[in-house]
Design a protein around this ligand. Structure first.
Ligand code: 13P
Ligand code: SF4
Length: 307
């Protein structure tokens, strides 16, 4: 089966749009209508006029798209494509945590379930977290969840003391500092690019810290020719495609023999599953109406504050 041809046919027959995160495999990125970071995917999902959105990413990305476009059918190639960071923050425990700080503003990373967003005042992504936190007065009392690494980084760059939920992403917290140091010695001219979900000890070694989209655009603007990249290795596909004259080296994880760091959830999506989901219009994301009505408010607030 020629999946590329068949997917393109189904897409136009059904007025569907394919959105893919940078952590998807190269073949999925290449067939997508939109490739972006978490913020861009939410922005596109809010304004598309397609009848069907196929969200090639993880579950919370499909959920965010459905909450923003409730009248559209939102499909995901694999319903089991979850997120360890979102899993590290169960909604009931988060609600209990938040209830202990009634005078605090609740800021949640987009990598959360809709049920957690329903207990949130404003959602952020790694692209806009600093800007949104900076928009609050310096003495504002803030809870930030669920990523303690991103939260710690934002505390440091904004001079805040937000209360942090103790969650993290298993991919970004697994990078080997030792192997990164070896790569730095091997490529002394290279710049280290890191996602803020990485641990502080890794971020301390970085030349540039930003969201996946920010890392991609920085690698184009920098006059350096070599980059050591500490985020999920799917981003290297766009980096190499956009800047073929430059060299991109992924940082390996602490354990395992692979030379790069892949998110096993993101990589559950395949061309075959993408084809089947478009053909059968399943699995479909459904969000509880009451939860969606609450969760949409902090997401819309984020989109407005990101303009
Ligand atoms: P961004 O898309 O905001 O860079 O976040 C990366 C990520 O971990 C998505 O799951
Ligand atoms: Fe979640 Fe980490 Fe995978 Fe992103 S890379 S989807 S934060 S588990």
């Amino acid at each position: 089966m020629n999946y590329v041809e068949e997917i393109k046919k189904l897409k136009s027959e059904k007025n569907a749009v394919i959105m893919a995160h940078y952590y998807q495999s190269a073949d999925i990125q290449d067939i997508a209508d939109y490739i972006g970071d978490s913020l861009a995917l939410a922005q596109w999902a809010a304004k598309t006029d397609a009848d069907i959105i196929v969200m090639c990413g993880v579950h919370f990305m499909g959920e965010t798209a459905k909450i923003l476009s409730p009248n559209k059918k939102v499909l995901v190639p694999d319903m089991n494509a979850g997120c360890s960071l979102a899993d590290s923050c169960p909604a009931e425990e988060f609600a209990e945590f938040v209830s202990k700080y009634p005078d605090h503003t609740v800021i949640s990373y987009v990598n959360t379930t809709a049920a957690v967003k329903a207990h949130t005042d404003v959602v952020v992504t790694s692209t806009n977290a600093k800007k949104i936190v900076d928009s609050f007065p310096m003495d504002a009392k803030i809870i930030f969840g669920p990523d303690k690494n991103l939260g710690g980084y934002i505390n440091a760059v904004t001079g805040r003391n937000m209360i942090l939920w103790n969650g993290c992403c298993h991919v970004h917290s697994q990078f080997s500092i030792e192997k990164l140091k070896e790569l730095k010695a091997q490529y002394p001219e290279a710049e280290v690019l890191a996602h803020p979900e990485c641990k502080k000890e890794l971020l301390d070694l970085a030349d540039f810290i930003g969201s996946t989209a920010a890392l991609l655009s920085y690698s184009g603007k920098s006059d350096k020719k070599e980059f050591i990249v500490a985020t999920e290795s799917g981003i290297l596909h766009q980096m190499k495609k956009d800047y073929p004259e430059k060299t991109f080296i992924p940082v390996p994880p602490e354990t395992g023999n692979c030379a790069c760091n892949e998110c096993n959830y993101m990589r559950m999506n395949t061309m075959e599953k993408l084809y089947n989901c478009l053909k059968n219009e399943t699995p479909e994301i459904i969000v509880d109406k009451e939860i969606a009505e609450k969760a949409v408010k902090p997401i819309i607030k984020m989109l407005e504050m990101s303009k």
